[in-house]
Design a protein around this ligand. Structure first.
Ligand SMILES: Cc1cc2nc3c(=O)[nH]c(=O)nc-3n(C[C@H](O)[C@H](O)[C@H](O)COP(=O)(O)OP(=O)(O)OC[C@H]3O[C@@H](n4cnc5c(N)ncnc54)[C@H](O)[C@@H]3O)c2cc1C
Length: 286
């Protein structure tokens, strides 16, 4: 197995263009497990850990550009105020060791339907920035990035450069059901992001369909029915939960049945919207 070690982004793009069969390696918390267990044996590894710019984040015009190599620990420590949904999800990932090594870029690269960063990225309206040497930068809205189980819109000669996430304009919440409280792959998960200025609520569902996905009908329903100055109507909350559950297309597997997952998505949707709405009304009253 060849081991490619670029030190700049340009070198990394050149290496991927010349060797599209090289498997990118960031934190290695997915890749090394797969190699150790013999799940895959790539002809080459493209180690991105020396590309310093991937580990940086910046903000321009209220949009946060989080480098593909920024670990969860940094998201938690430095971006909790600006990107609360992503930071909450990051806190639930693995253990401190995994959060120190594992990255949002790696979560996107793996494109597992159970990846914890996906629901808050969908709810916030994030855009994935990918790049190739031949065609330059491509911006892919998160909802178009996930194509199937562990399949994404990334092309063989492309690398993920960053993810662009609008700074939170309102409360955001993430919640996850697992078989225990830590070190657990989600049985299902849900994220909500309020966008009060646009009169809109964003959603993201994890681990309850072949890909992470939004619940567009539930979002449309809230856009039409919500009174942003009033307490949440219980009937509206119930309908929101039903529409989110209906958006899921879960399967039975070792972690849970399809019926349980669909039910849990509805519960998480109601729960996270209630938390977010309490915050929203609290901020209006302050
Ligand atoms: C013990 C344990 C617990 C875990 N718990 C959780 C959990 O609770 N929630 C969760 O979501 N995940 C969990 N994971 C999975 C893993 O930690 C996450 O998916 C993490 O985000 C992967 O990031 P990484 O940087 O380690 O990626 P890597 O393993 O380096 O890469 C993952 C994938 O992304 C690709 N990739 C990486 N960087 C790029 C790039 N710049 N461009 C293109 N492709 C790229 C790789 O080729 C690979 O396919 C766990 C893993 C372990 C071992």
């Amino acid at each position: 197995m060849d081991f490619l070690r670029p030190t700049t982004w340009e070198e990394a793009l050149a290496a991927k263009a010349d060797r599209p069969d090289a498997l990118p390696l960031q934190g290695g918390t997915d890749v090394m497990v797969e190699i150790n267990f013999g799940v895959r044996r790539p002809p080459a590894l493209l180690d991105l850990t020396r590309v310093a710019e991937l580990r940086a984040w910046s903000v321009t015009g209220g949009v946060y550009r989080v480098g593909a190599g920024v670990p969860y620990a940094t998201v938690i420590e430095e971006l909790g105020g600006a990107l609360p949904g992503l930071a909450q999800a990051s806190r639930t990932v693995g253990s401190p060791q995994i959060r120190n090594r594992g990255t949002v870029g790696g979560n996107l690269g793996a494109a597992s339907p159970a990846g914890d960063s996906h629901p808050p990225l969908l709810a916030a309206g994030a855009v994935v920035e990918v790049e190739s040497r031949e065609r330059g930068v491509r911006l892919i809205p998160a909802e178009e990035f996930y194509l199937g189980v562990k399949r994404s819109a990334l092309l063989p000669d492309e690398l993920i450069r960053a993810v662009r996430v609008p700074g939170a304009a309102g409360p955001q919440y993430f919640s996850k059901v697992g078989t225990r409280n830590a070190m657990v792959i989600a049985v299902c998960s849900f994220a909500v992001a309020l966008h009060p200025r646009e009169g809109r609520v964003g959603t993201g569902i994890g681990s309850a369909a072949p890909t992470p996905l939004r619940a567009p009908e539930a979002e449309e329903f809230l856009r039409a029915e919500l009174d942003w100055a009033a307490p949440l109507d219980p009937a509206l909350l119930r309908r929101f939960g039903e529409l989110c559950a209906a958006a899921a297309t879960p399967i039975d597997d070792v972690r849970g049945t399809a019926a349980y997952r669909r039910h849990a998505v509805g519960v998480l949707a109601r729960r996270t919207l209630t938390w977010a709405w309490d915050d929203h009304l609290g901020r209006r009253a302050a």
